[in-house]
Design a protein around this ligand. Structure first.
Ligand code: GLN
Length: 203
């Protein structure tokens, strides 16, 4: 997909939690779409954001770092107030209300229960062409790296895509999550969908 900077996104400032994981790639993708990207490491970096991305990485590590940087409760509060958020892979885990067999710090902002590293030991990483109707007819290149899946979801959650019968992308109000890594492809449709949600939220 060619980069399609959209002037509607020019005034949007999107934070990317930058404690661990694939945060830089999200910043590049958001800027290609025309938005401003700001890395978030301290509480003060959250001021005045229009949206926040929780990237992939290792959710146990990201959660622990969020606690020690005093960001967990702060971000939970912003989410409860309606700040739009995008969570990819470990970010999907962080946004979940519950992890199967897990006990780790979570934001718990989406009514989903997730299974970490769900696709099995042998197949830790793979690519698949995904049918995601919300992104249009063309298949989306899904990159899965020790990815979670959505085990169950509450009634307010829209499952946007499935793979092997399991939810791998979902939306609830202004929260969007994927088990795969759109920031590691040059297909900007998922980031554009998120920025459209953010833009509509601001109007
Ligand atoms: N397996 C990781 C976790 O549960 C997620 C992997 C990823 O973000 N690529 O945190």
């Amino acid at each position: 997909m060619p980069a399609m900077s959209d002037s509607r996104f020019e005034n949007l400032t999107t934070g990317i939690l930058a404690l661990q994981g694939a945060f830089h790639e999200h910043a590049v993708a958001l800027e290609k779409c025309g938005a401003t990207a700001r890395k978030v490491r301290r509480r003060r970096d959250l001021a005045g954001l229009d949206a926040l991305v929780i990237p992939g990485g290792e959710s146990t590590t990201i959660g622990k770092l969020m606690v020690s940087y005093h960001l967990l409760d702060e971000i939970k509060g912003l989410g409860a107030e309606g700040l739009p958020m995008l969570g990819t892979c470990a970010g999907l885990v962080m946004l979940a209300r519950e992890v199967v067999d897990g006990d780790q710090p979570l934001l718990g902002l989406m009514d989903i229960k997730v299974r970490r590293n769900a696709f099995g030991r042998q197949v830790k990483s793979f690519e698949a062409a995904l049918d995601v109707q919300a992104l249009g007819e063309d298949p989306f290149p899904g990159i899965f790296i020790r990815a979670p899946w959505i085990e169950s979801a509450g009634p307010g959650v829209d499952i946007l895509a499935e793979y092997d019968g399991h939810g791998i992308a979902a939306r609830q109000d202004k929260m969007l999550v994927t088990a795969f890594h759109p920031e590691l492809t040059d297909d900007l449709r998922l980031h554009e969908l998120f920025l459209r949600m953010v833009y509509e939220d601001r109007r």
